[in-house]
Design a protein around this ligand. Structure first.
Ligand code: 9MG
Length: 294
């Protein structure tokens, strides 16, 4: 495999283009009643408010997000199973509205082929799948959209993944898994220049696994693809700092700074404004000030 980071300065997400030669911030908009840190906050009288989802996303864009990730299924351990129809009903109206009103890349966090196709038809620019397009029909559906995909590593399934995660070597094992998924994507017609990789922080990993992956994440650049980092408010921060989910901002920002140093391209976070500051500051340090911060 190629050992260099490719030129990502004009990375195409459907009709929109982003400069991934600099780190970009992806804001999380969970349209679920039960996500681990912000579940239910976009619901009024137990009904999803598309207006509130739009306002949340609009603020994130003002704060500097260039990608908004919309998810209709909670993947925290113990979360309720959601039917495909329920996921379609949650996600598609929000994708359509955001695409009409905001100039931002819309990412759809889903494993369901029906949601992949539906969201792409309404203007989504990225397919983000924590199951690495492993569900039946997902690879084919994603390939048919022509959009980039983010394939993430997970050991096990969301319901049981944190029971007893085990690796011979977490870096080698994650790397091997991603290599297999790249091959599967390529075989399905998804070219390598449309694949984004994600080590899957918190998905079937102990705190030691997560910290080792983050501290060595740059090794995954040997595939020559952008890297997405999703550490926001996750329990690895609680394990180190002993903080409840609403007090993990400082811990999250530390992971973002190290992620930038490791060459991560996309940072998936709840707290966009603070993350953008940390990203820009870390970039300035790494470049010793030779950076345009406009
Ligand atoms: C949906 N989702 C939750 N955590 C995530 C992570 O770490 N990476 C990606 N790509 N998606 C995630």
């Amino acid at each position: 495999m190629d050992s260099t980071v490719n030129d990502f300065s004009a990375y195409r997400f459907g009709t929109r283009i982003l400069d991934l030669s600099r780190p970009q911030v992806m804001g999380i908009v969970n349209v679920t009643p039960d996500s681990f840190s912000d579940g239910g906050t976009l619901y009024e009288a137990r009904k999803l408010s598309v207006d509130q989802a739009l306002e949340r996303a609009r603020q994130m864009v003002r704060d500097g997000a260039t990608i908004i990730d919309i998810g209709g299924e909670s993947t925290r351990p113990g979360a309720a199973v959601v039917s495909v129809q329920e996921e379609l009903d949650r996600v598609l109206p929000v994708v359509e509205r955001l695409n009409a009103e905001l100039d931002v890349v819309i990412s759809v966090d889903t494993s369901a082929p029906e949601v992949i196709s539906g969201a792409a038809g309404l203007g989504a620019g990225l397919i983000n799948d924590v199951r690495a397009l492993g569900r039946e029909g997902a690879l084919e559906a994603a390939a048919a959209t022509g959009l980039p995909v983010c394939v993430m590593h997970m050991q096990g399934s969301p319901a049981t993944m944190q029971d007893a995660p085990h690796y011979d070597d977490v870096l080698d094992d994650v790397s091997y898994f991603l290599q297999q998924r790249i091959r599967a994507c390529n075989d399905a017609g998804i070219a390598s220049d449309r694949i984004i990789l994600d080590p899957g922080f918190g998905f079937g990993k102990t705190v030691e696994h997560n910290l080792r992956l983050l501290n060595n994440m740059g090794q995954l650049h040997r595939f020559g693809m952008p890297l997405l980092v999703g550490t926001s408010r996750k329990s690895m921060i609680d394990h180190v700092l002993h903080r409840p989910v609403d007090q993990r901002l400082a811990g999250t920002l530390a992971t973002v700074a190290i992620g930038v140093q490791q060459g991560g391209q996309i940072f998936r976070v709840h707290d966009v404004r603070e993350t953008v500051d940390v990203v820009r500051m870390t970039e300035a340090i790494l470049n010793e000030g030779r950076i345009d911060n406009d």
